[in-house]
Design a protein around this ligand. Structure first.
Ligand SMILES: [Zn+2]
Ligand SMILES: [Zn+2]
Ligand SMILES: [Zn+2]
Length: 301
């Protein structure tokens, strides 16, 4: 006696809610309710995320696993009802970052993504298996809006870049451009035949992401997913506010403000990245569908 015994998780509310729903819903919704089970268990134990971040979708049929779609700032029933109306029945998981939607086929994935786009939901995902873009670096160009280079590549050389990003690295004095092309659409050899863009001499390089730190999105500055698959709100790498880094009104100010930890540095500052503390195993787990660490756990100074 007197020993504190940890009680069972208080799921009485969840149970009540479920019963209420069963009473309200017709039989056809039983499927939906069943799918809420893993979701409900996460609600009762939100701390236990690590065990839930890897999801095995293998059903023995040999279908390729689809990357998760992680939706932020949305109510679960609004989201699931909307998706069900598209005729799709994915599995849902609640994470601290948002609701994870796991699709059973590539087609289902496309349908859910179309729905998320149509509703302008904030979400991120990862490349589908085999759909990684071909990435190259262009050096020598002055700093400009990435869209300008994208349209210049198209108008001057008929090259259709899927995405263009400006990359600044602390150890390099000049920023450079990272350009995504559709896989198999071009080669470095072909690209190197292009000696200048808009009369400026350029150098092309293969992009190798051999940095030790984890993937960081250049749009929202969160870790664990790439810019290409991010549909979250932009956050500024200079002041941390909700706009793209290029549009920062405080660009001229020397004081920086981190969008991830409120520190006086930029969110991509490599010197703070090193204290991030994620190993490659955790990174892979994130890439397979786990959630990025929440604010405040990103890094410390
Ligand atoms: Zn992002
Ligand atoms: Zn800003
Ligand atoms: Zn920070």
């Amino acid at each position: 006696m007197g020993k504190a015994r940890p009680g069972p998780p208080d799921d009485s509310n969840v149970g009540k809610r479920r019963r209420q729903q069963s009473a309200e819903n017709s039989e056809g919704d039983e499927d939906t309710l069943l799918k809420q089970n893993p979701f409900a268990s996460l609600v009762t134990n939100p701390q236990d995320q690590s065990n839930c971040s890897t999801v095995n979708l293998s059903d023995g049929s040999g279908r390729k696993k689809q990357p998760p779609l992680v939706v932020k700032n949305v109510n679960f029933s609004t989201l699931s009802t909307g998706i069900a109306e598209c005729g799709v029945n994915p599995v849902y998981k609640l994470t601290r970052f948002g609701i994870k939607v796991l699709c059973n086929s590539s087609q289902e994935f496309n349908q859910v993504q179309d729905h998320l786009k149509m509703c302008s939901y904030e979400y991120y995902t990862h490349d589908k298996p085999g759909e990684r873009p071909y990435r190259v670096i262009i050096r020598g160009l002055p700093l400009a809006e990435p869209g300008i280079l994208q349209s210049q590549l198209e108008s001057e050389y008929g090259l259709e870049a899927q995405a263009v990003h400006v990359i600044r690295r602390k150890e390099e004095s000049e920023p450079f451009y990272l350009v995504h092309f559709l896989k198999g659409s071009t080669t470095l050899k072909k690209l190197r035949e292009i000696k200048h863009i808009g009369s400026i001499i350029v150098q092309w390089q293969a992009y190798r992401n051999n940095r030790a730190d984890v993937t960081q999105c250049l749009n929202c500055l969160h870790h664990g997913h790439g810019t290409r698959n991010c549909h979250l709100k932009s956050r500024c790498n200079h002041c941390g506010d909700a706009h793209t880094s290029d549009q920062c009104p405080k660009k001229s100010e020397s004081t920086k403000h981190c969008a991830n930890c409120d520190g006086a540095h930029s969110a991509t500052d490599p010197s703070v990245q090193n204290t991030y503390g994620l190993d490659s195993k955790r990174q892979n787990q994130i890439n397979r569908g786990g959630s990025p660490p929440i604010k405040g756990q990103q890094h410390q100074l």
